[in-house]
Design a protein around this ligand. Structure first.
Ligand code: PLP
Ligand code: COI
Length: 354
């Protein structure tokens, strides 16, 4: 797909941008975004615009009551032999559908799925020079919607803003991570918003995460909010546990985000000769298994992180458990990246070349 930028100003902003090395995550924002407003019950056409500050009234609804959702997606450079050099969007319709599920849960209007995907295609095509060439790097895409009505009444907005931002990035984690079993705070309660990408879910994790980041822990591993006995997911990734030949991941519920990477791994498992089962994972049993030297792997997965092996687990009781090597997580990470970069053929409908 080709795209032309009508405005000379936008074209100028895209000239001569050098990708930093190391690239990092979210440090270099693309100077062009997609934006559309919802007013009087309808979405206006999406347009491309400069990434300039938005002008918002201090009483904009989303700032007070948190009517805000987002998605995380990536455009990977096609390093394969079929349409080489294009950019590849991974399962964009799945992300569009989840965006709408998030919108519905927060009382916001849906966006037409085809408009969502076409917007991403247009933005990626415009920003093609910012899609990195290196395996593992990508143009990270951040579709966001927030309640834009200026009012303090505790009711949904009547106006909304949809923006799609882009940032050339490394994967979230370029090395194995340390994970903290969070036993005090909860991420998501039954009937809440844990199964959608509501902005407030992430804000709710910050106070718990900040002191642990200082101790070198990059992700919190959340337990079920009612009994605190079963693992649910990380702050920004789903979780998998391998015990011997069986790989487990907690079944989806209203407190777990239905990750598209999680779903992809479950669908791919059979063809990779792996046995993956959706089954509750008791945290005490998991800790005992690691402590007793069982062959265990724990890894996270998500768009940003791809597949992230855990090399150390800790908690507030002073537990510090190093994990053995992670051959399956390493294999899955490589496999996902090969698929996403077009090096290996992906199942029908997963890849959208731009
Ligand atoms: N769980 C949470 C809470 C997340 O924020 C994410 C990332 O989007 C995931 C899981 C993984 O989802 P996906 O694989 O669709 O990126
Ligand atoms: C992603 O993995 O893309 C996400 O959206 C997680 C987010 C908290 C950065």
């Amino acid at each position: 797909m080709t795209s032309t930028l009508a405005s000379p100003d936008l074209r100028r902003r895209l000239e001569g941008i050098q990708l930093p090395d190391p690239l990092g995550f979210g440090t270099l924002m693309a100077p062009v975004m997609a934006i559309a407003h919802y007013r009087d019950g309808a979405w206006e056409d999406v347009r491309l615009d400069a990434l300039d500050p938005l002008s918002l009234a201090p009483h904009t609804q989303a700032l007070h009551y948190g009517q805000a959702i987002f998605e995380g997606m990536k455009a990977y450079r096609n390093l394969g032999t079929d349409l080489p050099g294009t950019a590849l969007l991974f399962r964009p319709h799945e992300h569009a559908r989840r965006f709408n599920r998030s919108a519905t849960r927060l009382g916001m209007p849906e966006l037409d799925e085809d408009v969502y995907v076409a917007t991403l295609e247009r933005l990626v095509s415009t920003l093609d020079a910012l899609v990195p060439e290196r395996q593992g790097q990508s143009l990270y895409l951040r579709p966001t919607m927030f309640g834009a009505t200026a009012h303090l009444s505790v009711v949904p907005s009547t106006e909304y803003c949809f923006v799609v931002l882009a940032t050339p990035s490394d994967a979230f984690f370029t090395a194995p991570i340390s994970a903290w079993i969070e036993r005090r705070f909860s991420r998501a309660g039954p009937g809440g918003t844990g199964n959608v990408k509501a902005a407030g879910n992430y804000a709710a994790s910050f106070a718990a995460a900040a002191p642990l980041a200082k101790l070198g822990f990059q992700q919190l591993l959340w337990l079920d909010a009612v009994h605190h006995t079963h693992i649910e997911e990380f702050t920004a990734m789903n979780v998998f546990v391998r015990r011997g030949d069986t790989i487990l991941t907690p079944p989806l519920s209203d407190t777990i985000l239905a990750g598209i990477t999680r779903d992809s791994l479950l669908r791919l498992a059979g063809s990779l000769g792996l046995s993956m089962v959706e089954k509750p994972v008791d945290v005490a049993e998991l800790v005992d298994a690691i402590a007793s030297g069982e062959d265990v792997e724990v890894f996270g997965c998500g768009t940003g992180a791809v597949v992230a092996p855990v090399e150390l687990i800790g908690d507030e009781t002073g537990l510090r458990l190093p994990l053995p090597p992670f051959p399956v997580a390493t294999r899955l990470r490589r496999h996902m990246l090969d698929l996403q970069h077009g090096v290996l053929p992906a199942p029908a409908g997963w890849q959208r070349p731009v």
